[in-house]
Design a protein. Structure first.
Length: 338
């Protein structure tokens, strides 16, 4: 019997619809050669929904997502005005407890990276910390942001990262600012050390976040798995994306106990809306990560190898890779490899 996966598909804002549609085409091509079906369920979400619904995540969309096996999320614009809805990604991470943000960072063929042959993963706690946006205005001109760090969430993300390190090169670096944020990062550090007891085979390094950002430029090859708190992980993974070549290639997974949301690391790039010029590979690789998480390892590998082969040939290159190919040119080239 052929298994069917229901996929919540949120096209998002700006360039989101273009890169999401390109990804769906590639996933459908792989599906045709596989023993499973993908049932894409489209929902509205993002900045463009606020005027219409008063929210960037309509109730109907949330109900749709709850009926699916995984979510493919396009990039979305998050308003910056105080009192505006928080980002869709942050909301979904909390609702579905998608506590692990996983961002692979690797060199690709024919893509200029700071150093050759890079291959590491950033694992970021996804539900608390400064990035969760718990802020308030105490008085005019005086604001406060809460950095909530709990032992429970820190232990979960540490254990997740150690498990991943065991499947890779058995090396984990935990990143914090414990010399300044002694209580909150102290809790995080203690949780990592507690988890470490269960993984004696893993070599563990302890690094301050400012040193980690510097080493990402100086010697990024020292890393295997990096685990850190929410905001630090967001900044480090964007830096790592550029170190390894381009944000246009960087994909991310948001994983919980029973649900996964997959998205490109980059934003919605509104200035390029409808221009058919951005690189869809980050979203396509997010689709590959989704297939892998669903257990369809062969199909995930097929998507990844198709991307690698197109880059290896070097004939089709979008603007971020120094070429002039369009979004659809890149999608078509990958489709041909599938």
């Amino acid at each position: 019997m052929v298994k069917t996966y229901k996929i919540a598909t949120l096209k998002g804002d700006g360039i989101g619809p273009e890169v999401t549609e390109a990804t769906v085409k590639v996933l459908q091509a792989v599906e045709e050669k596989s023993n499973f079906k993908l049932d894409f369920k489209y929902g509205e979400a993002g900045y463009h929904c606020i005027a219409k619904y008063g929210t960037n995540l309509p109730k109907e969309t949330l109900e749709l997502i709850k009926q699916t096996d995984a979510c493919l999320k396009g990039p979305m614009t998050t308003p910056e005005e105080p009192g505006a809805p928080v980002s869709v990604a942050v909301t979904l991470r909390k609702i579905f407890n998608l506590y692990a943000n996983v961002r692979p960072c690797r060199s690709f063929p024919n893509v200029e990276s700071l150093k050759p042959n890079l291959d590491f993963v950033i694992v970021r706690e996804n539900t608390e910390g400064l990035y969760s946006g718990a802020e308030s205005l105490l008085a005019p001109g005086v604001g406060v942001a809460l950095r909530i760090i709990t032992h429970e969430a820190s232990l979960k993300i540490a254990d997740f990262a150690f498990k991943l390190a065991m499947k890779r090169r058995k090396h984990l670096t935990y990143v914090h600012k414990g010399n300044i944020l002694r209580i909150t990062d102290g809790i995080f550090k203690d949780a990592v050390k507690e988890a470490q007891q269960n993984y004696p085979e893993v070599t563990v390094d302890d690094m301050h976040v400012d040193a980690a950002t510097m080493q990402l430029i100086k010697q990024p090859g020292i890393y295997d798995v990096i685990v850190t708190t929410n905001l630090f992980g967001d900044i480090l993974s964007d830096e790592a994306a550029q170190v390894t070549g381009s944000l246009g290639l960087a994909a991310g997974a948001n994983i919980g106990e029973s649900y996964g949301m997959f998205e490109p690391v980059h934003g919605s790039a509104p200035k390029y809306t409808g221009m058919n010029r951005v690189n869809p590979i980050a979203t396509i690789m997010a689709g590959s990560m989704m297939l892998d998480w669903l257990g369809e390892k062969a199909a995930a590998s097929k998507v990844e190898s198709s991307v690698i082969n197109v880059l290896k040939e070097g004939k089709v290159r979008t603007a971020d890779l120094g070429g002039s190919a369009t979004t659809s040119d890149m999608a078509d080239a990958i489709l041909a490899k599938v």
